[in-house]
Write a protein that binds this ligand. Structure first.
Ligand SMILES: Nc1nc2c(ncn2[C@@H]2O[C@H](COP(=O)(O)OP(=O)(O)OP(=O)(O)O)[C@@H](O)[C@H]2O)c(=O)[nH]1
Ligand SMILES: [Mg+2]
Length: 682
């Protein structure tokens, strides 16, 4: 039943308590029988060894649970994806948001909106994902629910609607006042907060509760006539009507409902699960997925219809030693059954779905069918990659794919013995298939393997996985910047190729125009020399040669970006013109043309967000400027200052240690790739 299904993600800055909250959701919904604590390395959702050792989430993990909203009612199926908060793993958040219908944004009650929360919030905005907010850690010293509300409005531009206000705070945090049913809620700590205790609002809190209830009604009356009418006539507004109207406002992203709790203390979680059911959309309540019909060359909307033609998106691939590739699929239309033939639309290849599973973190159960709106795992597809559309041969529609950030730092990796070289390459290929922000390449001259990723932590995690999980002895170099190469001049170049192979002559002649494109455009190949007399396969060969040349760089072997290459002329001889000759000719021609088009080196510039206690902010800023950084803005808050800066990646290695030492360990930072800039000596 679509109406009773929810696909939700839990997202926030690192350490806000996403996994801790998810573990409670699993416990209260009866999915787990014991609370798995992050601090003891026992969280069910953080199942990877390194997640448990480091106490952070690295991969997004999916699970399904059921929740009855009312006694005797139908259970709601909730598919939950717990995402990592560290910036190095934003790709995990990106792919999750792409396939989710709603999200829970968690805020630390002391820290409010942290930099990574802002980033994921904007991602959610891009995908128009309706959200609810949960202010966690109300038990911490310095917790301030109302301050967080203000921070959310100011920084995220969301209109917050408090559905609760806290009773007490810090160690005196007792529970919440529910502003819809107007009652106090407390949790029984003797049974892990499973039992909730309701009581009337205490007289000393009545005025504040009334004030916040009024604010809620006031907000709703902006979008709801029914509420306005009752309000004006002075009649009581039934809780059911409030929920119903609030639901509409949330689905429209007009309001952000806010709840409070302390998940670690088992307080606040059940009303959050209720809110997921009450305010976040069912799969058929969001805008239909957007696809592109390859044959008709037109965009199509794909409504969520289990009876339609099958269509789904592969959003994650995980390698399992026994089962092979686990392909996580979100179905948008139709249904697939185990044993069915599945068509990979982009790759134009048929594959078989041997088995279909429902995942519970790293455990699974077999499914008879995966249908529109639902999320599951398909086993048996070997060719599928993250972002691929799978469906049916008769309906060539590809769904919008996902965009991932550019990897900007690299390390070299060398096997301890030559015999392990091949094994290492296989493992790197497996890891790259799982993680679209991890790339590997071989240095043409030295034969050295280079792996690239999002940041120092990302590469460190991968390194440890290679050494420990896959048990390969390897020597890993120090992190380096992954530069890019580009051109700065327009050049036209004619290349001629001729080679005798096995007694047969292979010739090709073509002219290419190379030009610089604006920063951030990526590479572009255009064919402007089409001639009906030349077979299509020859043009495909030219395109392959050029795409290969983009990847292999110009002078230093770093990948090219923002380079445009146009095929302006092509001479063809039926007798000797072979695909091989044209691919080689295009590749050599592109290299030569780029070399004469004044190649330049581009370096990654990072956006650095710092949060520092006031007394250290001077030292923090000078640390950033010493490293070639530029301060872009500063914002002063009660407890801390926030500094936004940009700095070249090349100078940011080991920044964390330096920052700790100038701030007695109290300043924090996040760093993400911003853009490429011509390398200078700033
Ligand atoms: N005081 C207090 N601590 C909490 C609360 N909830 C979580 N924590 C602690 O905060 C730390 C981080 O919790 P996690 O649940 O791992 O946070 P996360 O958001 O999943 O972190 P990442 O996945 O690494 O981004 C742990 O030490 C938790 O015990 C809370 O309500 N109060
Ligand atoms: Mg986590």
């Amino acid at each position: 039943m679509l109406k009773s299904m929810r696909n939700i993600g839990i997202m926030a800055h690192i350490d806000a308590g996403k996994t801790t909250t998810t573990e409670r959701i699993l416990y209260y919904t009866g999915k787990s029988h014991r609370i798995g604590e992050v601090d003891d390395g026992e969280a069910i959702m953080d199942w990877m060894e390194q997640e448990q050792e480091r106490g952070i989430t690295i991969q997004s993990a999916a699970t399904t649970t059921y929740w009855k909203r009312a006694e005797g009612g139908t259970p709601y199926q909730i598919n939950i994806i717990d995402t990592p908060g560290h910036v190095d793993f934003t790709a995990e958040v990106e792919r999750s948001l792409r396939v989710l219908d709603g999200a829970v944004a968690i805020f630390d009650a002391v820290r409010g909106v942290e930099p990574q929360t802002e980033t994921v919030w904007h991602q959610a905005e891009r995908y128009k994902v309706p959200c609810i907010g949960y202010v966690n850690k109300m038990d911490r010293v310095g917790a301030d629910f109302f301050q967080v509300l203000e921070d959310v409005q100011a920084k995220l531009g969301a209109i917050t609607a408090a559905l609760q206000i806290p009773i007490g705070k810090e160690s005196g945090f007792e529970g919440v006042i529910d502003l819809i049913d107007m009652r106090e809620i407390r949790w029984d700590s003797s049974n892990d907060g499973e039992a909730m205790m309701y009581s009337p609002i205490a007289p000393e809190r009545a005025a504040l509760a009334a004030e916040w209830r009024d604010k809620l009604i006031d907000l709703l009356s902006n979008t709801s006539e029914a509420i306005t009418d009752l309000y004006l006539s002075g009649e009581a507004i039934p809780p059911e009507l409030i929920r119903q109207e609030l639901r509409k406002a949330v689905l429209n992203r007009d309001l952000l409902p806010m709840l409070a709790g302390a998940s670690r203390r088992n307080m606040g979680v059940q009303p959050l699960i209720d809110a997921v059911v009450d305010y976040l959309p069912a799969p058929d309540e969001v805008a239909p997925a957007l696809g592109h019909n390859l044959k008709k060359e037109e965009d199509v909307a794909v409504p969520c219809d289990p009876a339609g033609t099958p269509l789904g998106l592969v959003f994650k691939i995980q390698n399992d030693r026994e089962a092979g590739s686990l392909c996580y699929v979100r179905m948008y239309s139709g249904a697939i059954k185990p044993g069915a033939v599945i068509y990979n639309v982009g790759k134009k290849k048929r594959e078989r779905a041997n088995r279909i599973l429902r995942m519970h973190s790293n455990k699974s159960e077999p499914l008879d069918e995966l249908s529109a709106g639902d999320i599951g795992v398909v086993i048996g597809m070997k060719l599928a990659q993250t972002g691929d559309t799978v469906g049916s041969e008769g309906w060539p529609v590809v769904l919008e794919t996902m965009q991932f950030p550019e990897p900007v730092i690299s390390v070299s990796i060398e096997p301890k013995t030559m015999s392990e070289q091949e094994k290492l390459k296989e493992i790197l290929a497996l890891l790259a298939k799982e993680d679209p922000t991890f790339t590997t390449r071989e240095n043409d001259e030295t034969g050295q393997l280079i792996i690239s990723g999002m940041g120092e932590l990302h590469l460190d995690v991968l390194k440890t996985r290679i050494l420990k999980e896959y048990n390969v002895g390897a020597k890993v170099g120090n992190p380096q910047v992954t530069y890019r190469e580009s051109v700065s001049k327009i050049v036209e170049h004619t290349e001629t190729f001729s080679k005798v192979l096995a007694g047969k002559e292979n010739t090709a002649t073509l002219t290419l125009k190379v030009e610089p494109l604006p920063r951030g455009s990526g590479n572009r190949y255009t064919c402007a020399a089409r001639n009906k007399a030349v077979p299509e396969a020859i043009y495909d060969a030219v395109e392959r040669g050029i795409t290969g040349a983009f990847a292999s760089g110009i002078v230093l072997g770093y990948p090219c970006i923002d380079v445009g290459i146009t095929l302006t002329d092509l001479k063809y001889s039926e007798l000797t013109g072979t695909e091989f000759a044209y691919e080689a000719c295009a590749s050599l021609g592109a290299d030569e043309a780029c070399r004469t088009a004044e190649p330049i080196l581009l370096e990654p510039i990072m956006a650095v967000d710092l949060v520092s206690p006031k007394e250290f902010v001077g030292e923090v800023i000078s640390l950033v400027t010493q490293r070639g950084g530029q301060v872009m803005s500063m914002d002063s808050k009660v407890a801390a200052d926030e500094v936004k800066a940009q700095a070249p990646m090349a100078k940011m290695f080991g920044f964390m240690t330096a920052l700790r030492s100038v701030s007695q360990g109290r300043a924090t930072f996040t760093m993400v790739f911003s853009h490429f800039e011509k390398k200078s000596d700033r």
